[in-house]
Design a protein around this ligand. Structure first.
Ligand SMILES: Cc1ncc(COP(=O)(O)O)c(C=O)c1O
Length: 419
């Protein structure tokens, strides 16, 4: 690379990731093979449309790339149709809505301060501005309260219910969501962005065949490049005719919503990276990886609970932990800063019924996907839990924080980034 300034910053960021441990649950470290696909000539190519139906010439090679990605996604997730073009999770969710809703229709997703994503209908998101949002909450215990969701659905009569979250540490009961959606004749969108790698690895139930549409980012537990996919069942209809909004027409409805509804040319280099990640996710090692993510999360949860940390829902079934820091007399933002000082990257997060503001919430969210990619297992979780505990306890003792930071550096050095 000849741009010395950018090269130096790339090297700095790589060093930051390598010397610290990344515990933001939506982050991961991709393989070198995925990275290699991203920085290629595929990035140069315009390919508006879909394989076999492009608006540009010279697409004979990139058609094969996109077809491979689509086929791999279909096989891995057990669906009949995959759209691999969404630029990221947020446009994927908006495209799903564009496919089946009219402006002003009511949508029901998990409220942001309770763990939902912005694109599940928050007022600052286009999804909350173009659609009428009737958000549901978790129960006081932090678990999804399906009876309360059903009650709200009966009252609000949404056209779409979104199942899925960005900060929920437990399993989703897809069938219960289906029953609720059916009771009000609503579409069901399962946003599996956080857990798609766990589903691919067989350690979380799949919504395939239950939800109408599945959206997922590709860069979280699935360990691909930044991107997203929309998955569904049905049959593609005549592309020159506007499809009716039926379940069987979902493939065409979704494809038209992504392009030309919301996006222009697909990022073919990203789609190639997604194809590589999907292939990696079919390998036996990926199942072991997914299992270890959950085992690590559970171990970390029990180790932190033993040290007096208050976990929302009391534990974790997946890759993430949501911790209310109130009992440790520290805010989420302060805890994030203290842990950053010792080299553990987490993020501040609201907890259900948070008494503090979303900008300065009570909790932190942490996850195990990236450290599991680096080969860390239960013994390392014990070390990390102890360091987190000591860092929070000794937060005003800089000497102690320096010593803990050295311990993290040593741990990180023993577990390199994928090569
Ligand atoms: C559940 C969920 N959906 C959608 C998104 C949006 O993804 P992106 O940041 O790629 O737009 C996220 C991102 O964190 C997410 O957690």
């Amino acid at each position: 690379m000849t741009d010395e300034e950018i090269l130096a910053l790339i090297q700095d960021e790589t060093a930051r990731q390598a010397q610290n441990i990344q515990m933001i649950p939506s982050e991961n470290h991709t393989s070198e093979a995925v990275l290699a696909a991203l920085g290629t000539r595929l990035s140069d190519k315009y390919a508006e449309g879909y394989p076999g139906r492009r608006y540009y010439g010279g697409c004979e090679v990139v058609d094969k790339v996109e077809d491979l990605a689509r086929e791999r996604a279909k096989t891995l997730f057990g669906v009949s149709h995959a759209n691999v073009q969404p630029y990221s999770g947020s446009p994927a969710n908006l495209a799903a809505m564009l496919a089946v809703l009219d402006p002003g229709d009511t949508i029901m997703g998990l409220s942001l301060p309770f763990g939902g994503h912005l694109t599940h209908g928050h007022t600052v998101s286009a999804t909350g501005q173009y659609y009428k949002s009737a958000p549901y909450q978790t129960g006081k215990d932090g678990f999804l309260d399906y009876d309360a969701i059903a009650e709200l659905a009966a009252k609000e009569k949404p056209k779409l219910i979104i199942a899925g979250a960005t900060a929920y540490p437990r399993e989703y009961d897809w069938k219960k969501f289906r029953q609720i959606a059916d009771s009000v004749d609503a579409w069901l969108l399962a946003d599996i962005s956080h857990i798609s790698g766990l589903i691919a690895g067989g350690v979380h139930p799949s919504p395939a065949g239950i939800a109408d549409i599945i959206s997922t980012t590709t860069h979280k537990t699935l360990r691909g490049p930044r991107g997203a996919m929309l998955l569904c069942n049905g049959e593609p209809s005549n592309p020159s005719k506007k499809p009716e909004r039926t379940r069987n027409n979902l493939p065409s409805l979704i494809d038209r919503a992504v392009f030309p509804g919301l996006q222009g040319g697909p990022h073919i280099n990203t789609i190639a990276g997604i194809a590589v990640a999907l292939k990696e996710a079919t390998e036996a090692e990926f199942k072991t990886y997914a299992k270890q993510i959950v085992a690590n999360s559970r171990r970390l949860a029990s180790q932190l609970s033993d040290r007096g940390f208050e976990l929302v829902t009391g534990g974790s079934d997946n890759h993430l932990l949501l911790i209310d820091m109130t009992s440790k007399a520290i805010s989420g933002a302060e805890a994030e800063t203290v842990l950053d000082t010792v080299g553990i990257t987490v993020n501040k997060n609201s907890v259900p019924f948070d008494a503090r503001s979303p900008f300065d919430p009570s909790g932190i969210r942490m996850g195990t996907p990236a450290i599991t990619t680096r080969g860390m297992k239960e013994p390392e979780m014990d070390i990390i839990a102890e360091i987190i505990d000591q860092a929070i306890e000794s937060r005003s003792d800089q000497k102690k924080l320096n010593a803990l930071s050295n311990q993290i550096k040593e741990l990180a050095a023993r577990h390199s980034l994928p090569s």
